[in-house]
Design a protein around this ligand. Structure first.
Ligand SMILES: [Zn+2]
Length: 309
């Protein structure tokens, strides 16, 4: 059964507004919590945002967040998307991002000025982070599902795939998803010298600034493979952390690295922008599995960029 084919009810859709458009959504109550403060400045394309260059340099986000529904309305909307239970709300993001001090299996410090590798963010919040790589499948129904349910995630895109339709990633950026760096051409960086790695990483930083807006602070090397040159090249163009992962999600299963085969606070989940022709299900099938898994284990999905970078 294609759960996702059920259209969420118009009444609920009408109640869902981006915070930035709340003025035009008179019936929407002012919900408490992270998504209402501070109000976003504008809903314009990134190129039109005031002070954009300054924001890019500081890796700041100037994009609206969706105001999620809560309570019975959210539960009803979740059912319409094929979920028995709504996603758990994420706690407010930390006022200060956790300092990565400890070297260990989940955080590998790389020395002064070099981006650390992170599989699991040090936090006691019951949150996990969904990250989606590459960019081949551009499923706007998936975007809508995540927006309506208020589920955050982060993207890591390669230019050669994103270039087919950067508009898709601009739309994600505008709904609060950070579009991060996954190189221009998705090469195995171990096979490239410093200069070619610099082109792959810093070229994609610049392309994302041109095409999407904010300069990414986070970079994920293709296949999770890298060399010392990768770290130096990434640092040279402003990358401050390299997130890897502890779980990988597919439309039909989760694969865990932890021996107990469960999520742990701060875990990073990897998946990909792929469609039914590449694996067993759609992006909305994938989202259902990830949301259901997190909810059943008592975790909220939170935004990696709020904790790292
Ligand atoms: Zn990849």
């Amino acid at each position: 059964m294609a759960f996702g084919s059920a259209h969420p009810r118009a009444r609920l859709l009408a109640g869902l507004c981006l915070a930035v458009t709340a003025a035009g959504c008179g019936s929407l109550p002012t919900a408490p919590g992270r998504d209402t403060a501070p109000p976003p400045a504008v809903a314009a394309r990134p190129a039109e945002l005031p002070g954009r260059a300054e924001q890019q340099e500081r890796h700041e986000v100037a994009v609206p967040r969706a105001v999620p529904l809560r309570g019975p309305e959210l539960a009803e909307l979740a059912r319409a998307w094929g979920l028995d239970a709504p996603p758990l709300p994420a706690p407010a993001p930390p006022a200060v991002k956790p300092v990565l001090r400890e070297d260990g299996p989940h955080v590998r410090l790389q020395g002064d000025g070099l981006p650390p590798l992170v599989r699991r963010v040090p936090t006691t919040d019951k949150v996990v982070f969904l990250t989606i790589d590459d960019g081949r499948e551009k499923d706007r129904r998936f975007n809508r599902m995540m927006r309506e349910l208020g589920v955050p995630f982060s993207a890591f895109v390669s230019g050669y795939l994103a270039r087919e339709d950067y508009g898709y990633f601009r739309e994600l950026n505008e709904q609060g998803v950070r579009v991060n760096n996954h190189t221009l051409n998705h090469k195995d960086l171990r096979r490239l010298g410093y200069q070619r790695q610099h082109e792959e990483i810093c070229g994609q930083e610049d392309e994302l600034v041109r095409e999407v807006g904010p300069r990414p602070a986070l970079f994920r090397p293709p296949y999770g493979e890298f060399t010392a040159d990768t770290l130096r090249a990434a640092a040279s163009c402003g990358v401050t952390a390299m997130p890897l992962w502890n779980e990988e999600a597919f439309p039909d299963r989760m694969e865990y690295r932890h021996l107990d085969q469960r999520l742990h606070p701060g875990d990073i989940i990897l998946t990909h922008f792929r469609g039914p022709e590449e694996w067993k299900g759609s992006m909305t099938d994938l989202a259902r599995l990830v949301i259901r898994t997190a909810t059943e284990q008592g975790f909220a999905l939170a935004r990696l960029d709020d904790y790292l970078g």
